[in-house]
Design a binder for this molecule. Structure first.
Ligand SMILES: Cc1cc2nc3c(=O)[nH]c(=O)nc-3n(C[C@H](O)[C@H](O)[C@H](O)COP(=O)(O)OP(=O)(O)OC[C@H]3O[C@@H](n4cnc5c(N)ncnc54)[C@H](O)[C@@H]3O)c2cc1C
Length: 458
């Protein structure tokens, strides 16, 4: 029987679902899959994006883990496409490749002052509090007043982590360094700014509701934002999600405030204009233009300029994919150009045979983990139907890629290694009465994977 040797690059949910769907699909050929991941641990943004105080979502890892534990997918962790392996290597050893490399960087926000000291991207902050090995271990949480720009779920995650008392995060898997720095944070006010009104937000009711449950944090809303236009009234009346969001916000407007030591302000109708400097290159204020509904579901500027004094700014205006060596890239949208997951060449838009994409790098950084499953189904359908167009590798043996990585001295980890690291993190947590403590430095992760981790102290 013909065998498809398939490489998948990126072991986030999109890559793992794609492997699972292909293995379970009806097909007339055998399959052997190698999954390459640049980090020593799998699961992508489920491990390094989803907030630590969302254990139910983090629990999706259990389902992804069950797929890997079946044993019919080989995992090569700590292997970066473009550095440790190239497109030519893949063509030599596989019939096809699926890129599922996601999106890890912040989209730009092009306003004056965005590069000042104290202005940060949400993605970097998320990577820090989720213990990503490739970001600095310290974070300058020195501001009493902070602005968060954006009205999606990431903006709410960032605001919640900034406003929440560190001790309330102790039951989660946050790394020790993150706890210590959050504990020392002098923050009193977190201001969240959205360009449009409460009926046009992008966040979901569940994420919003959580903010109102934070211990010792008052929710502050402003009456001027709730004078709904006809469009907003229609949205509240006809869309269940908007209706719930409105109900939550209206309840908060009735609450007594003034007792809590921290406040989380929601500002709507605020268009970003400038991050204002203190004259020494530090953030001193956030300047915005008040907007108003334009009658067509959007907003227009009113010309009224306002300023809120803050010492730090986080832009949560979206994630953006990164280009991959030898693979076409759409610079405007931060994705690999494709038709239903079949990668298209730059210039003539013709198929690049043997190359596929799935997940956020295919579709852009929107949607929940569940969406990556339907995405993978579409891509896999084409992989299966494309048999006549696969590459013809010169050495498709399973040993060849192992030999290649070893010849290049790549310190790769495998599925057993991940189990070791996982056990090690659980043991670190257990010793301290917590569920897990994440290992952050990459070399320690690799050491723990290869069973050379220091023993857990009593
Ligand atoms: C802050 C944040 C919070 C979120 N919270 C939720 C939530 O609560 N619920 C929910 O359903 N969804 C949530 N999401 C969305 C969810 O994380 C995404 O839908 C999903 O992770 C996208 O999957 P993916 O596999 O395409 O990308 P990713 O999860 O990003 O996985 C891509 C993988 O590819 C690897 N990779 C990248 N480049 C290379 C390379 N060159 N070589 C090898 N490997 C590479 C990366 O290391 C990564 O492991 C959240 C997203 C963010 C950013």
């Amino acid at each position: 029987m013909t065998k498809l040797r398939l490489a998948i690059v990126g072991a986030g949910p999109a890559g793992i679902y794609a492997a699972d769907i292909l293995l379970k699909a009806e097909r007339s050929f055998d399959v052997s899959i190698d999954l390459f991941e640049q980090l020593p641990a799998p699961y992508g943004l489920v491990r390094y994006g989803v907030a630590p105080d969302h254990p139910r979502i983090k629990g999706i890892i259990t389902a992804l883990r069950e797929v890997l534990d079946r044993g019919d997918i080989r995992l090569f962790g700590n292997v970066t496409y473009g550095r440790d392996i190239t497109l030519d290597d893949l063509k030599k050893h596989y019939n096809a490749v699926i890129f599922s490399t996601g999106a890890v960087h912040d989209a730009d926000l092009d306003i004056p002052g965005i590069d000042l000291h104290g202005s940060y991207g949400a993605a970097d902050f998320v990577s820090w509090f989720d213990g990503h090995p490739d970001v600095p271990r310290t974070w300058p949480l020195e501001a009493a007043s902070v602005a968060v720009i954006g009205n999606g779920n990431v903006a709410l995650d960032v605001s919640r982590i900034l406003a929440k008392h560190a001790d309330d995060l102790l039951p989660t898997e946050i790394p020790d360094n993150v706890y210590e720095i959050l504990k020392a944070s002098p923050v009193t006010d977190v201001h969240v700014f959205g360009r449009r009104g409460p009926a046009q937000v992008k966040f979901t009711p569940l994420e919003l509701r959580e903010l109102g449950e934070l211990n010792d944090v008052d929710m502050i809303l402003y009456d001027e934002d709730f004078d709904y236009d006809e469009q907003s009234k229609a949205a509240v009346a006809s869309n269940k999600q908007v209706m719930v969001i409105d109900r939550v916000l209206q309840q908060w407007r009735q609450r007594e405030v003034g007792q809590a030591s921290r406040r989380l302000h929601l500002h709507f109708y605020a268009k970003p204009l400038e991050v204002v400097s203190d004259g020494d290159g530090n953030v001193a204020a956030y300047r915005y233009e008040r907007t108003a509904p334009d009658g067509e579901g959007g907003v227009r500027g009113t010309g009224e300029i306002r300023e809120v004094p803050v010492q730090a700014i986080y832009r949560a205006v979206g994630y953006f994919g990164s280009p991959l060596d030898g693979i076409p890239f759409d610079k405007e949208h931060g994705v690999i150009p494709n038709h239903e997951g079949q990668v298209l060449r730059s210039g003539d838009n013709e198929r690049m045979y043997g190359v596929y994409a799935t997940g956020w790098i295919k579709r852009g950084p929107v949607g929940l983990i569940g969406h990556t499953k339907s995405d993978a189904m579409e891509t896999i359908k084409h992989v299966i139907n494309d048999q006549g167009n696969w590459w013809a590798p010169t050495d498709p043996s399973e040993q060849a890629i192992v030999d290649l990585l070893e010849a290049r001295d790549v310190e790769y980890t495998n599925l057993d290694g991940w189990h070791n690291l996982d056990q090690h993190e659980l043991a670190l947590g257990e010793a301290r009465g917590r569920t897990r403590i994440k290992v952050v430095p990459r070399d320690e992760m690799v050491r723990a994977s290869n069973q050379l981790a220091a023993p857990v102290a009593d």
